[in-house]
Design a protein around this ligand. Sequence first.
Ligand SMILES: N[C@@H](CCC(=O)N[C@@H](CS)C(=O)NCC(=O)O)C(=O)O
Length: 210
Amino acid sequence: MPEYMLHSFSESGNSYKVALMLQLCGADWEPQGMAFFAGATRSDEYRALNLMGEAPVMVHHRDDGDFTLSQSGAILTYLSRRFGRFGYETEAEEYEILRWILFDNHKLTSYTATARFMRHFRGKKGDPAAEFIYSRAKDAWKILDQHLAGREWVAAPRPTIADLSLCGYLFWPEQIDMDRADYPAIATWLERIAALPGWAAPEALMPSGM
Ligand SMILES: N[C@@H](CCC(=O)N[C@@H](CS)C(=O)NCC(=O)O)C(=O)O
């Protein structure tokens, strides 16, 4: 049995954040796939695992029993402490990482993922609600692009879990309808992330949820 099990699917950028962290840390882990698009997270069985009904959920098989955790930001924090990787070195960095993970969860990922779901997966391009959410995603991309201009990483002079959180959906430019030419600092930052030793694309790490 692998040490870490990740309930996840390849179309899920939130799952990818954690899968990428596990991969970059060289963890002993395996994905546990799910039929997300057929409603797997709505089943009683899944709700018993995670009342929030969301992926990812990570199960860490420890000597003192299984430790189960959801919310990618919480999982990234946990893994960063366990592995001593992609974390903070100063108090200022600790809060800078938290600040960007909160911004990512509330603004960047939530609007990006919802716009992608409605426009790409549900074919609702042009729908006023979908276009509003897409415009909010673009606002968040602009903020990140401005922040990254002149710096290599989001929250420290090295990659941290804030970078891994924020990049979760950004390796699908066509699906999220992002023209990288409009976000040059994001474009070069994504290249830096993709050059990290062990980096892999979502589809290489997890099975599809279709
Ligand atoms: N803030 C959560 C978001 C998780 C999330 O929304 N996951 C999606 C899949 S990418 C999901 O399971 N959605 C099901 C739903 O919203 O009902 C995290 O970072 O883990």
